[in-house]
Design a protein around this ligand. Structure first.
Ligand code: MAN
Length: 504
């Protein structure tokens, strides 16, 4: 009979599990997986192999083993652990120092076993908690399933986008090639037009220079004749010498307009000499005389009349032409008066330059676009490109003081709520930590005053709608964000799953 019972027991053991069977003799505080190490029919060997003690020493509230393995259900050993079975909910391991400390840690109340039922701080809450945990686990499981479906769609979309980008790059490369042909053509045209323009303008300026030289010479000649005339007019006795008396007869030399030509006024025009030859007069006197004539004509009508004796007409000419031209800056060189033909050549060269610049700019624009696309193709968007569609998408989160903005694969910023400028908390760098693709690093942000450049860790969590759910600054200028997103819904988090033996 005993044998049959034993066989039956073995069959039962096979039917359920060895662990479940051994549970029958599992001492208090021992987890299922270690139950087989505690056999009442045998002496107990400490787990570290240090000593063997009679089984009756197990949980006798005296610590025998150095590794605390003989007291799994009491607080006798300093570093022991207590296992709460928590049937109906999740099992739990607590430090054995919390056994019988008057605070209930296990929902099945097993850690406070020394209290009698009435005084126990524990109720049996495992069923209720377990139910709630299972509901929550179910919700999370469903969220993962739904999130995983969205993730699959995002992977498909990313694949399409990748193909589109590759096509776009091929297209742009072709466009760039065509644009290069146009640029080479326009460059040739520009160079040709510029050469023609250069030749024509050089010739123009040469001719202009010669003309001017010629005009200057003619002017000097004219000036010389006028000087001669003036000299002759002042030289009233016609002895080819101007003396002080002759100068004294002309009111033009009366600079201070006091009605007489003083000695100083005479000396000025006579260059401190008593007599002036024609040559002397030509070298300095004539220039001084011209200045006086111009000055008088601008200041005093009386003086203007008195110079009539020299040559009224000539003086007018000098004022409006020679005189004024010598005193003013000649702008005629700055603004050349080109002929229609030259203007057409200049215009053609300008247009050719513009066309070249436009063609060149187009190539640079195309190249920029290509580089941007190529860069996005080399970015690490996750093992299956599941994060690719988030590139450039921005999300905000506000706390008490700041509005945080995350632009994925780009940058993180912080904006004070009460005004003030935006601060860059980091630029996209790479994935960090284990498991991979759970944490993003944005670094090289604005430097902290007297500190490092700002940086941000973005933790990705499974969720159906992309959103930042928290933002903080765990260390000064080191920020952390939790971002929920379907792309992170790979497998249900193990912690949220209820294991089989928890259900027992
Ligand atoms: C700003 C913000 C804060 C940061 C300090 C450091 O106020 O960026 O987050 O701690 O600067 O000086």
């Amino acid at each position: 009979m005993e044998k049959i019972s034993y066989v039956l027991l073995i069959i039962l053991c096979n039917l359920f599990s060895l662990i479940t069977c051994l549970n029958i003799v599992r001492p208090r505080g021992v987890p299922f997986e270690r139950a087989s190490l505690y056999r009442p029919e045998k002496d107990f060997s400490c787990f570290d192999g240090s000593i063997v003690i009679p089984f009756s020493f197990v949980n006798d509230d005296y610590c025998d083993c150095l590794d605390s393995s003989d007291e799994p259900g009491t607080s006798a050993c300093p570093n022991g652990t207590f296992y709460c079975t928590n049937a109906g909910h999740t099992s739990l391991v607590i430090p054995s120092s919390r056994v019988n400390d008057g605070i209930c840690d296990c929902c099945d109340g097993s850690d406070e076993w020394a209290f009698d039922q009435k005084k126990s701080p524990c109720g049996s809450t495992c069923e209720q908690l377990g139910r709630a945990a299972r509901v929550e686990a179910e919700r999370v499981q469903q969220m993962y399933v739904a999130g995983n479906e969205i993730r699959a769609q995002l992977i498909g979309k990313a694949k399409e986008q990748r193909a589109e980008k590759q096509n776009k790059i091929s297209d742009l490369l072709q466009q760039k090639h065509d644009a290069e042909v146009i640029r080479n053509q326009t460059m040739k045209e520009k160079e040709e037009a510029a050469n023609i323009e250069k030749t024509v303008l050089n010739t123009y300026h040469l001719v202009e220079e010669l003309t001017k030289k010629h005009q200057d010479e003619a002017k000097q000649e004219k000036d010389k004749i006028e000087a001669q005339n003036a000299f002759n007019s002042i030289d009233t006795n016609k002895n080819n010498i101007i003396d002080e008396d002759e100068v004294g007869a002309y009111s033009t030399f009366d600079q201070n307009k006091d009605g007489t030509i003083s000695q100083d006024e005479k000396d000025y025009i006579m260059q401190n000499k008593k007599k002036l030859s024609l040559n002397d007069f030509m070298s300095t006197g004539w220039t001084r005389l011209k200045k006086l004539i111009i000055f008088s004509s601008f200041t005093n009508e009386q003086s203007e009349k008195s110079i009539e004796r020299i040559d009224d007409k000539r003086v007018d000419d000098e004022t409006s032409n020679d005189g004024v031209e010598h005193l003013d800056i000649d702008h005629s060189i700055d603004k050349p008066q080109y002929t229609k033909n030259i203007q057409l050549i200049i215009e053609k060269a300008r247009k050719a330059r513009e066309s070249f610049e436009e063609a060149d700019r187009r190539i640079r624009d195309i190249q920029r676009e290509i580089s941007h696309l190529q860069e996005s193709l080399t970015k690490d968007y996750g093992p299956e490109d599941e994060f690719a569609t988030l590139d450039g998408e921005c999300y905000e989160f506000a706390d008490r003081d700041y509005v945080y903005k995350l632009c994925l694969f780009d940058q993180v910023t912080q904006r004070p709520k009460n005004g003030g400028s935006e601060v860059r908390l980091g630029a996209w760098n790479k994935w960090i930590g284990e498991p991979k693709y759970h944490t993003m690093l944005y670094d090289r942000g604005q430097s902290c005053w007297n500190g490092p450049p700002r940086s941000t860790h973005v933790h990705l969590i499974c969720g159906l709608e992309p959103a930042i759910i928290s933002a903080s600054e765990p260390n000064r200028c080191e920020y952390a964000m939790d971002f929920v997103v379907p792309s992170a819904c790979t497998q249900p988090d193990e912690k949220t799953q209820v294991s089989e033996h928890d259900e027992l």
